[in-house]
Design a protein around this ligand. Structure first.
Ligand SMILES: Nc1nc2c(ncn2[C@@H]2O[C@H](COP(=O)(O)OP(=O)(O)OP(=O)(O)O)[C@@H](O)[C@H]2O)c(=O)[nH]1
Ligand SMILES: [Mg+2]
Length: 201
């Protein structure tokens, strides 16, 4: 079994990616295990479009716990098992909301308990203080992940015009890391994400 954690800043598209990728892998509905930071666990089944409606938001920190989807995948002659885990977004500094701080701590704990890390960044939001920058929290996450964990950056929102400069910047800045450009909204780049995940199951 491999656990694949979807991590990144709030609002970068983690939930959108998790649901779209599960759909791309053949699911029409998702059975989600929702694990609260306090330890309570519940499962809920959604049609993918209902899950989108309920779980994706333009507001940051919509996701405040770990949301896991189990997948059984045909692999060669047998079956592989993969758990996709959506998580609470991480941000710089100390968040004012206690619930969000607890959920961020839960995300950080899950990093060490996952074999595959898909780290999403929003290419359209890299311009800060007059220049392009890799956000501090993303830099910290990159340093925290350790071999033999499989790690890739999913450079999201390539469907937006404003993301093109961001992609050039990220490719230049992160030469040692696998960067896969994607659009979680339009399922772009998923073939490459799938082969990366498959190589590491
Ligand atoms: N244009 C565009 N918008 C996207 C894409 N992926 C996500 N979004 C939008 O980005 C916003 C945030 O998406 P979410 O999936 O909720 O982001 P998240 O990272 O899970 O956010 P939190 O749970 O709040 O941390 C929503 O308005 C999405 O529709 C994409 O590939 N392209
Ligand atoms: Mg979310």
């Amino acid at each position: 079994m491999s656990r694949c954690l979807i991590i990144g800043k709030p609002n970068v598209g983690k939930t959108c990616f998790t649901l779209s990728f599960a759909e791309y892998l053949g699911l029409k509905e998702v059975k989600m295990t929702i694990k609260q930071p306090a330890g309570y666990q519940a499962t809920q089944t959604f049609a993918i479009n209902d899950a989108r409606e309920e779980l994706i938001s333009i507001e940051p920190n919509k996701t405040r716990s770990l949301h896991s989807i189990d997948l059984n995948l045909p692999m060669g002659k047998g079956k592989g098992h993969l758990t996709l885990i959506d998580s609470c977004g991480l941000s710089d500094g100390i968040h004012p909301d206690y619930e969000v701080r607890k959920a961020m701590a839960q995300t950080i704990r899950q990093i060490k308990e996952s074999e595959v890390i898909l780290h999403i960044i929003d290419l359209s939001r890299l311009f800060r203080d007059g220049k392009m920058q890799i956000p501090i929290i993303d830099d910290m996450v990159m340093k925290y992940v350790q071999s033999p964990q499989a790690y890739a950056i999913l450079a999201n929102k390539i469907d937006l015009e404003s993301s093109q400069k961001g992609l050039i910047f990220v490719r230049n800045e992160l030469k040692k890391v696998l960067v896969i450009p994607i659009s979680a909204l339009y399922h772009l780049g998923f073939k490459e994400v799938k082969s990366f995940v498959w190589r590491n199951l």
